[in-house]
Design a protein around this ligand. Structure first.
Ligand SMILES: [Zn+2]
Length: 462
C-alpha cells in the first residue's frame, strides 16, 4: 500500500473550488480533507501551496499514427501520450479506423495492437466507420460490449471516410437501439470537392484556399442535416470540431428544442484564424485542418457557446504532420496537404489562458477539459474529477508561472508548433496517473505501458 498526500492546494473541479488536501491510496483518490484538520500520513507528500490541484485532462479527440493522404500522423501512441502528460492530460480517447472492405473488428484489433504497451497515460478508443453496411452495423453492439461505445461518421471526404445520408441514418438507428453515441464530422464533402476542383482549375493552390473552399455554410448545412437525421432516428448526436458560428447556431437551435445534441470545439478554432492560413511561403500549410480555421470574428461565438453550454467539450483533434516532408506534400496543391494540427500538449494551458483572459471561469475550464468529456464518453467519475474513488489522475498546476509555447521545447513529435512564440500564464508542475508520478517539475518519470485501455460505458448525458 502506497499513500500519497497533496497538501495546501486549491482543488478545482467542474463543481467546486476549495482548499483541500488530497489523499491517494493505491492509485485512487481516498479522501479530500480540510487542511490541518486531519492526521493523514503518507510515504510521499507534495506541497501544492499556491497551486491548483485539478483532475488530469481528458482529451477525447486524438489521432496518433493516423494514416491520412498517403502518410501518417507523426506522433505514435508512445510519443503522443508522453506529450499529453507533459501538458497535463492523463486520458485520451483516440480513433480506431475501419478500412473500406474490412470489418470494424479488424480495425479495432489493429488499433489495440498499435496502442497496447506503448501509452504513458490511460486511453480509450472510438471507432471510425468508413463503410456502414449490414455487416458493420451488426458489429456495433459487440464493440459497445468491449467498451468502444462511440462511432464516428464523416459527411466529408468522399471516397475515403464518407458516409451518405442513408448510411448515416442506418448507423444512427443502430445507435438509438444500442446506446451508442454517433460522432459526426459535419461538412458537406461532395459540395466541397466541387469547390476544390474549381479553385485548383483557377490556379488557386495556396494553403489559404483550403479555408475558402471549405465554407462555413457547408459546415452549417451538414450540421443541420446531421441534427435532423439524428432526430428521425431518435439518436443522440455529438458534432466534432465545430468551427463556424453558423454551425454552432444549428447546435444551439437543436438544444433549445431539447434535443440530445452536443458539440465540441478545439483550441485552434479559439486561438487561430484564417490569418494563419494566409501566412506566406507555404507556412499556412501548418494550419490546414478540417473543419478549417475561420475568420477571427467566429471566435467570440465559440467562446460564448462554451459559456452557455451550447458547446460542452474542448478536445484537440491532435493529428500532427511535420512541415518538412509531410505538409510539403501539398506544395502547389492545397488539397494534398495532410489535414491536421498538433495540440495534445497545449490544450490545458491554452484553456487556462482563457481563464486568465476572462473567457471562462476556472470551474468551466475543468468542466470542458476534464469532466464533460469524461461524462460524454462514459468515463466519469473514474476520470474527469477528484472525488473519493476516482482514479488518482491529478495535476498540480501553477497558475502564475509563464512559459512560451514552441517547437523547440514541446514534446510532440512534430517539427513546428501551431502556437509558436505564444506566452501563456499557467503551467503543469506535477502529473499523477493512477497515483504514479508521470511528471514532476520538469522531470519526466512516466513509461510506455503504464497507460491502460479504458473500456467505456455509454454517454452519461442520456
Ligand atoms: Zn479528428
Amino acid at each position: 500500500m502506497t499513500r500519497t498526500l497533496i497538501t495546501g492546494g486549491l482543488v478545482v473541479t467542474a463543481a467546486e473550488e476549495m482548499p483541500a488536501d488530497v489523499l491517494i491510496e493505491n492509485g485512487t483518490v481516498l479522501a479530500l480533507g480540510l487542511p490541518g484538520r486531519h492526521q493523514w500520513a503518507a510515504e510521499r507528500v507534495f506541497d501544492a501551496s499556491g497551486k491548483y490541484v485539478i483532475p488530469g485532462g481528458v482529451d477525447v479527440h486524438t489521432h496518433m499514427e493516423l494514416p491520412f493522404g498517403g502518410t501518417y500522423a507523426s506522433d505514435t501512441f508512445e510519443t503522443g501520450t508522453r506529450a499529453a502528460a507533459w501538458g497535463g492530460t492523463t486520458t485520451i480517447v483516440d480513433f480506431a479506423v475501419q478500412s473500406k472492405d474490412a470489418s470494424l473488428r479488424a480495425g479495432l484489433d489493429a488499433w489495440h495492437a498499435k496502442a497496447d504497451g506503448r501509452c504513458a497515460i490511460d486511453y480509450g478508443l472510438h471507432m471510425i466507420m468508413s463503410d456502414v453496411n449490414e455487416s458493420t452495423l451488426r458489429e456495433m453492439p459487440g464493440l459497445i460490449g468491449e467498451g468502444v461505445t462511440s462511432f464516428k461518421l464523416f459527411m466529408a471526404y468522399p471516397g475515403v471516410f464518407y458516409s451518405d445520408d442513408g448510411q448515416i441514418l442506418r448507423a444512427m438507428q443502430q445507435a438509438a437501439e444500442t446506446g451508442a453515441l454517433i460522432m459526426m464530422h459535419a461538412e458537406n464533402g461532395p459540395a466541397i470537392d466541387v469547390l476544390v476542383e474549381q479553385a485548383l482549375a483557377r490556379g488557386e493552390t495556396d494553403p489559404r484556399h483550403h479555408g475558402e473552399v471549405r465554407k462555413a455554410l457547408l459546415e452549417a448545412e451538414a450540421t443541420h442535416r446531421a441534427v435532423q437525421l439524428a432526430r428521425v432516428a431518435g439518436a443522440p448526436l455529438y458534432v466534432v470540431h465545430v468551427s463556424a458560428r453558423e454551425a454552432l447556431a444549428e447546435l444551439a437551435a437543436a438544444r433549445d428544442l431539447g434535443l440530445p445534441v452536443f458539440g465540441e470545439t478545439c483550441p485552434q478554432y479559439l486561438f487561430l484564424s484564417t490569418d494563419n492560413l494566409a501566412e506566406p511561403d507555404f507556412e499556412g500549410a501548418k494550419y490546414v485542418c478540417s473543419t478549417p480555421l475561420r475568420p477571427k470574428d467566429h471566435q467570440a461565438a465559440l467562446w460564448r457557446g462554451l459559456r452557455t453550454d451550447d458547446l460542452q467539450v474542448v478536445s484537440t483533434d491532435h493529428c500532427p504532420f511535420c512541415f518538412k516532408g509531410q505538409k510539403e506534400l501539398g506544395r502547389g496543391d492545397f488539397s494534398k496537404i495532410p489535414n491536421g494540427l498538433p495540440g495534445v500538449e497545449n490544450r490545458m494551458d491554452l484553456l487556462h489562458q482563457a481563464v486568465v483572459d476572462g473567457h471562462l471561469t476556472r470551474r468551466r475550464w475543468i468542466d470542458i477539459a476534464c469532466a464533460a468529456p469524461a461524462r460524454m464518453f462514459g468515463l466519469y467519475p473514474r476520470k474527469g474529477t477528484l472525488a473519493p474513488g476516482s482514479d488518482a489522475d491529478v495535476v498540480i498546476y501553477d497558475p502564475h508561472a509563464t512559459h512560451t509555447l514552441s517547437a523547440a521545447t514541446h514534446h510532440m513529435n512534430v517539427d513546428y508548433s501551431a502556437y509558436e512564440g505564444r506566452t501563456v500564464t499557467g503551467r503543469v508542475e506535477t502529473v499523477l496517473s493512477r497515483g504514479e508520478v508521470v511528471l514532476d517539475r520538469g522531470h519526466y518519470l512516466g513509461r510506455p505501458g503504464h497507460g491502460a485501455f479504458l473500456p467505456r460505458s455509454t454517454c452519461q448525458y442520456l
